[in-house]
Design a protein around this ligand. Structure first.
Ligand SMILES: Nc1ncnc2c1ncn2[C@@H]1O[C@H](COP(=O)(O)OP(=O)(O)OP(=O)(O)O)[C@@H](O)[C@H]1O
Length: 684
């Protein structure tokens, strides 16, 4: 089930498999065409012994020049003649257009030939240029052809789906339009985008055509469910989401188009195209990611406007995607009352062209004035909940203290040896991952297999050893999580680790990296002064990465050796004060003094730069599910902390309403704590 990427980066990815317990593609069984079958994975690609160093744009250029290969500089790719196109095909009727049909990603070196759809890594490209084709010329590297089973299913669904306006009952058509908010979208628009409706499943069907409109590569099905007064959309794709690379609307783009509006939903693209007449494309997985494989298709545009949605998450995603697309050509539509999503704007009778004109340039110089920031500050103030980040679903007390998990922050986590740090951090990260936080794990101490076993047990909240018949069911669901693992084990250089993290952010839009633990990057320094200097350097590198990549880093650091019966404090983190100074959050897993029963631990938040609230709450370890999340009936709750030297509140406050410490019940971690290192102004 594990597939090792061929990019040369030590990452393993989990590819999703469909759940066999429900109709495939998430369709109700009765509507799922054909019996549910389990798909088997192709053999995993071989692991590379030594990770290949990442390639830089300069090296790519140098290589092309040295080989006499002409190239053009693009926004995110270099364009060159494709070695995969036969000489006879190099020129089409219009001349040079196909002669530079190879797109090489400037960041990763991956290539895509637009004519033959051959694709591969930078090493594959070099091998084919140097004549050790590895099958590239023969087409082995042709982009993954749809599995026969998929194409059959795609065809079957497509053939059964009909245009909305061909529905025999006008009431049914009206209901479907209302369900999807399409009352103002015309038949003509639906026709241009080839949208159909699958009656038995009540789903809209968006097609994915091969470039050149030659065949159907896949489909997206969209269902609408009413939930608490609002409508909840459910998406299913064929093939699975990781392989669904459809830029919906691509067949309508002309080669001469130089401007495009990117949306996060097909429905938004329909609305935009209809009311502005502009070229528009919908991203295949909304705000979750922008796979680099799509970048070549966006190279032709001199201007890209991102209008992804009406919440802060869409705004964050737009900023991240603009970095990949080259911010100099990107403009972003800011979410706001008067700037909802395009479909909503159409339904509210707003002028979409006018909204597009308000798009802000994504790129600005290193120095900005408040004028440029004021809208962003307003966005944060008017969306306080969202600005606080993603909330944990299993750790409500962590939400009360930290308010949420935010991008670009550094969390340092410590606890005594063997206290359960890995086990806790695994559940803490899993919780976020199940809510769509794209996560990368660097587990240097325990193998990925062991870690995945712990996570899967926590995911299933129970021992799977005793219910192996349920294994596939849980494993299938687990595979659908946006979860990736670095394949490092044991000592590693910080450079290689950071390079891999940067690659993962670019390729998989990773928002959270967990490093367990920092000691594995410190080399074999013997002298304690060297070790402390090495740690300071590493902490600085992670801090910079978190800020620059707008990615949260959770860093596990062992405590320094102290008396066994002493509580840990912020200052107990191994090394100098640098780690706690640079960290936005410091979490300590306490297993001393307060232990009242077997397996009992406490989690202490001893630094919180977001709003200063610190405190401690109990964790109850469940040995069979390996989880720490507090059982719902637990009475022991959040406690006050007097200072960093100890926990004052021995008596748990009652779990009754109103007894929960509010912000004033917890104390700010900074000015009030003279014993703590100075947290003021780290260099960022
Ligand atoms: N609260 C707990 N009570 C009892 N056992 C626990 C508790 N938490 C974790 N364990 C178990 O203790 C073992 C060690 O846990 P874990 O590896 O998470 O600790 P750690 O703090 O990361 O260790 P290290 O210091 O070696 O990195 C695991 O088998 C885990 O299931």
């Amino acid at each position: 089930m594990w597939v090792l990427l061929r990019s040369g980066y030590p990452l393993r990815i989990l590819l999703p498999l469909r759940g066999a317990w429900m109709g495939r593609r998430g369709l109700p069984r009765s509507f799922a065409p054909g019996p549910p079958r389990r798909r088997y994975r192709k053999e995993a690609l071989p692991a590379l012994e030594a990770p290949v160093l990442p390639v830089t744009t300069t090296e790519i250029r140098q290589y092309l020049r040295a080989r006499g290969i002409p190239f053009q500089d693009g926004h995110s790719c270099l364009r060159a003649p494709s070695p995969f196109v036969g000489a006879s095909k190099l020129k089409d009727q219009t001349g040079a257009a196909t002669s530079f049909s190879l797109f090489i990603d400037k960041t990763t070196g991956r290539f895509l030939c637009m004519t033959t759809l051959a694709e591969g890594s930078w090493e594959d490209f070099q091998a084919s240029v140097e004549g050790q084709g590895d099958g590239a010329r023969e087409g082995v590297l042709l982009s993954e052809a749809p599995e026969a089973e998929d194409s059959e299913e795609v065809r079957r669904i497509w053939d059964r789906a009909i245009p909305l306006w061909e529905l025999p009952e006008p009431e049914e058509a009206q209901l479907a339009r209302m369900m999807f908010g399409l009352t103002k979208v015309t038949d003509d628009t639906l026709k241009r985008f080839s949208v159909r409706y699958l009656r038995p499943a009540c789903r809209l069907v968006f097609p994915w055509f091969s470039p050149g409109g030659l065949g159907l590569r896949g489909l997206k099905l969209l269902g609408a469910e009413t939930q608490g007064g609002g409508v909840q959309y459910v998406e299913t794709t064929i093939p699975r989401p990781g392989a669904y690379h459809n830029l919906f609307g691509l067949p309508l783009i002309s080669r001469r188009d130089v401007e495009v509006v990117l949306t996060s939903r097909e429905l938004d693209s329909l609305a935009l195209s209809q009311s502005t007449g502009l070229p528009t494309l919908a991203l295949p997985r909304g705000t979750a990611c922008l796979p680099p494989a799509l970048l070549p298709y966006l190279e032709q545009f001199r201007r890209v406007v991102l209008w992804l949605g009406n919440d802060l998450r869409s705004w964050e995603a737009a900023k991240l995607f603009a970095r990949k697309l080259n911010p100099k050509r990107c403009s972003l539509v800011r979410p706001g009352d008067q700037q909802p999503s395009p479909l909503e704007a159409l339904n509210q009778g707003l002028n979409l062209s006018r909204i597009l004109r308000t798009a802000l340039p994504a790129w600005h110089k290193s120095i900005v004035s408040f004028r440029q920031l004021r809208e962003e500050v307003l966005g944060e103030l008017s969306n306080v909940e969202q600005a606080a980040g993603v909330r944990w679903s299993r750790f409500p007390d962590l939400n009360r203290l930290l308010k949420g998990h935010r991008k670009g922050e550094l969390t340092v986590f410590t606890g005594p040896t063997g206290s359960g740090k890995t086990t806790f951090i695994s559940e803490y990260a899993l919780d976020l991952c199940t809510q769509g936080v794209n996560t990368l794990w660097g587990s240097f101490e325990i193998s990925n297999v062991r870690l995945a076993r712990v996570m899967l047990t926590q995911f299933a909240v129970g021992r799977l050893e005793e219910q192996l018949d349920k294994y596939d069911e849980w494993a299938d669901r687990f595979e659908d999580l946006p979860l990736y693992f670095m394949t490092f084990h044991g000592q590693q250089s910080i450079r290689t680790v950071i390079d891999t993290m940067q690659h993962a952010v670019y390729v998989y839009d990773i928002c959270h990296v967990v490093i367990d633990n920092l000691q594995f990057m410190m080399g074999h320094e013997q002298l304690s002064t060297d070790r402390i200097a090495a740690q300071d350097y590493i902490v600085g590198a992670f801090r910079k990465f978190a800020t620059d990549s707008s990615c949260h880093v959770t860093l596990v650091i062992h405590p320094r050796k102290e008396d066994d019966d002493k509580e840990l404090q912020t200052a107990s983190i191994f090394g100098s004060a640098k780690a706690s100074q640079e960290a936005d959050n410091v979490l300590i897993l306490q297993d001393r003094k307060l232990v009242t029963g077997p397996g009992k631990r406490y989690l202490q938040v001893s630094k919180n730069r977001f709003d200063g609230d610190v405190g401690v709450f109990p964790l109850e370890f469940n040995k069979s599910s390996l989880t720490f999340s507090i059982p719902p009936k637990s009475k022991a709750r959040l406690k006050k902390i007097k200072d960093d030297n100890g926990l004052v509140a021995k008596k748990p406050s009652s779990g009754k309403k109103g007894a929960m410490p509010q912000i004033s019940d917890t104390c700010s971690n900074q000015a009030r704590n003279p014993n703590q290192p100075d947290f003021s102004k780290p260099s960022r």
